[in-house]
Design a protein around this ligand. Sequence first.
Ligand code: XMP
Length: 508
Amino acid sequence: MANQTILILDFGGQYKDLIARRVRECNVYSEICPANISIETIQRKNPIGIIFTGGPKSVYEENSPKCDPKLFNLGIPVLGICYGAQLMSYLCGGLVQPCKTSEYGQREIVINPENPLFKGLEKNQTVLMSHTDQIEKLPEGFMGIAMSDSCKYAAISKTEKKLYGVQFHPEVELTINGIQIIQNFLYAICGATGDYSVENYLNKQISVIREQVGSEKVLLGLSGGVDSAVCAALLAQALPDRLICIFVDHGLMRKGEGDSVEKAFSHMALKFVRVDASDRFLKKLESVTDPEKKRKIIGAEFVEVFYEQAKKFGDAKFLAQGTIYPDVIESGTDNAATIKSHHNVGGLPEEIGFSGIVEPLRGLFKDEVRQLGMQLGLPAEIVNRQPFPGPGLAVRVIGEITREKLDILREADAIFRNELEAAGNQASQYFAVLTDLRSVGVMGDGRTYDYTIALRAVLTRDFMTCEYAPIPHEILAKISKRITNEVKGVNRIVYDITDKPPATIEWE
Ligand code: XMP
């Protein structure tokens, strides 16, 4: 049985993933679709409701994204958010105009608590507004159901048709009761039953995979990252002893990481093949200093090693990939079974001749993947792993890479991470970098000429921008003492206090 579904029409707003996740948090399955989705496709998908996202354009701009206005006559409830509310109003015959001054930030609004959208809420609410246009005149049959000092139609509805629009953003935390408003739309207006959960996704996927794979074997490349690890754990449960995991150890992982991946899978019903390819990678990287060249070499070598191994398991007819829902959304299509251009896999050679691709995480957001990983019994250190670049420490050893430099970096990085974790620091990503700078120091009575380690810790949600994490000086001092005392070859520690932009998170 298919889950009840909410379609989210993407008008270019930055919060589309967030809206989709909020709906799922309310136990209703959600899918993001292009704004111009056809009426036939909508009918085929048979949603219980539709949500319009916000967007950066103005509805009266000629090339602004629009939906088919027939959508309002399908009898399917619609909730328009920000641009989505303006568009609904505009397409139904209302008037949208620029505000006197753009509104951005938390605002107080007064709602009509009698309206089903606001069921259970007090009259006064705090919401996040972020708009330069607003609804000036309502379309026929609509009424205002919320207002603020500067926005007379902060929410509108045509209740008997189940059409609703909100000028504010219920999906963000700054709208204090936003989740309740979404919940009301889903349950009181669309008639949701709450039939979606990660557990239910797992059970469904297990039968889908069994049906797809039949009695064949599946091959999966493990990178040590969250997605491929959860994919492996799920497949091991669905197809006991018919999954072969190839773990290419490029020798560029952090301290103990390879062993921890191997340990996590040692008790699962799968064949785990760990390939120590560090010599090959290091040889190819000899005297290479350009970061992009390093990435290309590592990507190509990874494919090469995986290819060689795959040939040894010619009886595996399916290739599994840890593609997740944001990858699908980014690629702009929900039905193309493309080979994921994985961080360090530049596409796999076609000659391997798999008869199909298995992508069991295709429908899940990252937080759901992590939840599933915990349910499947993976250790927290893997499930909650911070992002780690595919090329690994190769882009954290500045300049030429050698085994000695990698060892120095691994030790310093482990101390930094352990100390930060012990101090309960909440940085989003944190690591050490081995700069190619050597400087003079003293140790005992002698002069040293050793490396400088840079420490980097950042706060970010999306990794597109970040702020440096203000780590207390006492913690930095302790880390500095430990690294210079315990790691041979390092005599100076610096802390990176740049945001992104202008810097990037990684140094290379
Ligand atoms: P930057 O350095 O661009 O990093 O600010 C943003 C995020 O991406 C990660 N990163 C990579 N991930 N392959 C990856 O899979 C790469 O080559 C790569 N370079 C950077 C970085 O760790 C941060 O989380």
